[in-house]
Design a protein around this ligand. Structure first.
Ligand code: PMV
Length: 337
């Protein structure tokens, strides 16, 4: 054991959660989206070799632990069978790294995930976990892959959770900052902010399945072709105008565009009465604009405030109404290894 401890390598990485300021759902169909990495992180520690020589053990502090044998057989150690759905993408992320490294040796790896990101409400906790896992496992073998490569591998793993992912979450979690993202070209452009964006996140407490909501939107699109085309065009215009408004620091314009974007999200059927309740509280507390962030169906709301002081007031009003709420800042670091 002492010998094993002495030889053990340790890798680590962390990646930020994200908010979508504009363009969720429509981004899947080619419209741009504006996203920002936020100051809530998922941290991953990895170890090899471990006592269980040819196994991959994944522990997450959300109460799930699982062990995968070399042929991929899953054994839930904590959290029951629901843990498989949570851990499979991470297992896939680990396998992707081993594949790229052509790592044929049967080595045991332990991966420990600790998250400050509330899961299942649209803040990109699974993307951040995949990004940090890829980087932490790669760092076990010393040679750090490029951010671009980490992002590609993380997107492949995310695809296990939802096949039609635009990849936007993994991009912003890897590269950080505020960006306009184009799913068609898998390209992004950094947006320079003029002045501070004082933002509040509020959770409805209703967890969502991104995959189910994206499938629901596809059904809506297939039965309302012309309407959906027009909504996508409007979403795209909102996004382009928002980019200019952010670059020139026009808070009132950004807020108004957030409200317009929310109406489009309501039209495609992914809003929720608790979202409307929170938006109402935010606007009565002085928010300039508020909307769903992420896939919706409950999930989270973001609100824009005039100043830091105002965002503190908005967050405390939302909390007083019984919802989880916190102020967020943009994270410009992205993946950290
Ligand atoms: O998983 P969420 O809630 O962050 O939503 C992802 C954003 C979508 O546009 C709904 C889907 C995607 O892949 O872009």
């Amino acid at each position: 054991m002492i010998q094993l401890m002495a030889r053990m390598s340790h890798g680590k990485a962390s990646a930020p959660a994200k908010i979508i300021l504009f363009g969720e759902h429509f981004v899947v169909y080619g419209s741009p989206a504006i996203l920002a990495a936020i100051n809530k992180r998922v941290s991953v520690d990895t170890y090899t070799p471990i006592d269980e020589e040819d196994k991959i053990v994944i522990r997450s502090d959300i109460g799930v632990v699982g062990r995968y044998s070399n042929d991929g057989e899953f054994n839930a150690l904590e959290g029951g069978m629901k843990s498989k759905a949570v851990l499979d993408p991470l297992y896939s992320a680990i396998k992707e790294v081993l594949l790229v490294r052509n790592e044929k040796k049967r080595i045991g790896i332990e991966v420990c995930i600790s998250s400050k990101v509330p899961p299942g409400i649209g803040l990109g906790s699974s993307a951040a976990s995949c990004v940090a896992t890829v980087a932490a496992v790669a760092s076990l073998f010393q040679k750090n892959p490029s951010r671009q490569k980490v992002c590609e591998l993380a997107i492949r793993s995310e695809k296990l959770i939802h096949k039609k992912t635009s990849g936007a979450d993994c991009y912003v979690s890897t590269f950080g900052g505020l960006m306009q993202y184009y799913s068609k070209s898998k390209n992004f452009k950094n947006i320079e902010t003029k002045g501070l964006l004082s933002l509040v996140v509020a959770s409805t407490g209703v967890k969502h399945s991104t995959s189910e909501l994206v499938t629901g939107v596809k059904r809506f699109k297939d039965t309302n072709k012309l309407l959906f085309e027009s909504l996508t065009k409007q979403a795209s215009d909102i996004c382009l105008q928002a980019c200019t408004a952010i670059e020139s620091g026009k808070l009132d314009k950004i807020g108004a565009l957030m409200n317009e974007n929310q109406i489009l999200l309501q039209q495609i059927g992914i809003s929720h009465y608790k979202v409307h309740e929170i938006i109402d509280i935010c606007s009565k507390a002085g928010a300039i604009g508020a909307k769903i962030t992420g896939a919706g169906g409950g999930g989270a709301v973001i609100a824009l405030a005039e100043s830091k002081q105002e965002s503190t007031k908005i967050a405390s009003r939302v909390k007083a109404a019984g919802y989880q709420s916190f102020e967020v800042e943009i994270d410009y670091n992205g993946l950290s290894i």
